[in-house]
Design a protein around this ligand. Structure first.
Ligand SMILES: Nc1ncnc2c1ncn2[C@@H]1O[C@H](COP(=O)(O)OP(=O)(O)OP(=O)(O)O)[C@@H](O)[C@H]1O
Length: 308
């Protein structure tokens, strides 16, 4: 529940820029993630998502601007900021000579947590790693290593959890296990920031979304608003004759007797079906496709950048 002693803003990014040689990886990013949010950071390859996450974890130093985690500046108050965030990296970074449990114990040690056994047991259990606790890291499959990366990021029970493409190349079962666990953590009050190229995951899980392109935020709104503003419901019908003239203007021929008709709500669906009936068209098949984040994403990414 809301704890008034905790800041309302979990992550604040203000005017952050970062250049790697000729590449402007971040070109002035402003962003706030509220405490308790399940937030998505989306964008095509190279948009700057990982750079922003690295800056948040203190691994990359921004050229300008400020970043805070739970009110702690990542540069001037590094230790407190670092304690406040758990980052699951995109890349699998581990020491091959330690077992899974040792890896988690060593990570706990970095945070000065000596008696962390109970929480480590819980993490192993939640991430289905109990049977691998004594296995060496090098002997694990890629998906299992990924689970350990998640556990490692959570050993210190950080209030803010950042997951950088956690489900890239992992199987359906781990995805489900992982999302169930992350949802549980979010329900318990943890703030979640997620990057993913699986847009259906972001649509299902996240209440607010930022989209990045070329180091800038190009869209930032609730998932519902983004879907309402940029996406459409579509009625798809397969008919055995010509489409009535009253529907032709808005419809698109998909071939094979299928037509795609944009509809705003169920009244529009009924209206379109009534027009088909009135024209004597027999509907062989029909479906109503709900708005999809992928449509929104593609529309936003195709918009011309300002000033070009
Ligand atoms: N250490 C680095 N040295 C040089 N260039 C870098 C470095 N890290 C990132 N970049 C460049 O900065 C830009 C942003 O990269 P970044 O990894 O942040 O993108 P991303 O949105 O996370 O992409 P992806 O979806 O592929 O993970 C890219 O052009 C990348 O090549």
């Amino acid at each position: 529940m809301a704890d008034p002693s905790q800041p309302a803003i979990a992550v604040a990014v203000r005017g952050v820029a970062k250049r790697y040689g000729a590449v402007q990886a971040l070109a002035g990013v402003d962003l706030e993630v509220k405490r308790g949010e399940f937030f998505a950071l989306l964008g095509p390859n190279g948009a700057g998502k990982t750079t922003l996450i690295s800056a948040l974890g203190g691994l990359a130093i921004a050229d300008s601007g400020t970043l805070t985690v739970m009110g702690h500046d990542v540069r001037t108050d590094y230790r407190a900021a670092r304690r406040s965030v758990g980052i699951v990296p995109q890349e699998l970074v581990f020491d091959p000579f330690f077992t899974v449990r040792e890896t988690l114990e060593i990570q706990s040690g970095y945070f000065g947590l000596r008696d962390n056994g109970k929480w480590i047991d819980e993490l192993l259990s939640k991430l289905a790693l109990v049977s691998k606790a004594r296995a060496n890291m090098r002997s694990l499959s890629g998906g299992m290593k990924r689970r350990v990366m998640v556990a490692q990021a959570l050993v210190h029970r950080p209030p803010v959890i950042v997951l950088d493409e956690p489900t890239a190349g992992v199987d359906v079962e781990l995805r489900r296990t992982l999302w169930d666990f992350v949802r549980e953590l979010n329900a318990a009050g943890h703030t979640i920031v997620l990057t993913t190229h699986y847009l259906e995951e972001a649509q299902e899980l996240c209440s607010r979304i930022a989209m990045m392109r070329d180091g800038r935020i190009v869209a930032l709104d609730t998932t519902a608003n983004l879907l309402a503003a940029f996406s459409e419901r579509v009625l798809r019908v397969k008919i055995n004759c010509e489409l009535p003239a009253s529907l032709v203007a808005s419809a698109r021929d998909e071939g094979g007797g299928w037509w795609r008709i944009p509809v705003q709500d169920s009244a529009h669906v009924e209206d379109a079906l009534a027009k088909l009936r009135a024209a004597g068209a027999a509907v062989e098949s029909l479906e109503v496709a709900e708005p999809e984040l992928e449509q929104v994403f593609l529309k936003i990414m195709r918009q011309r950048p300002e000033g070009s």
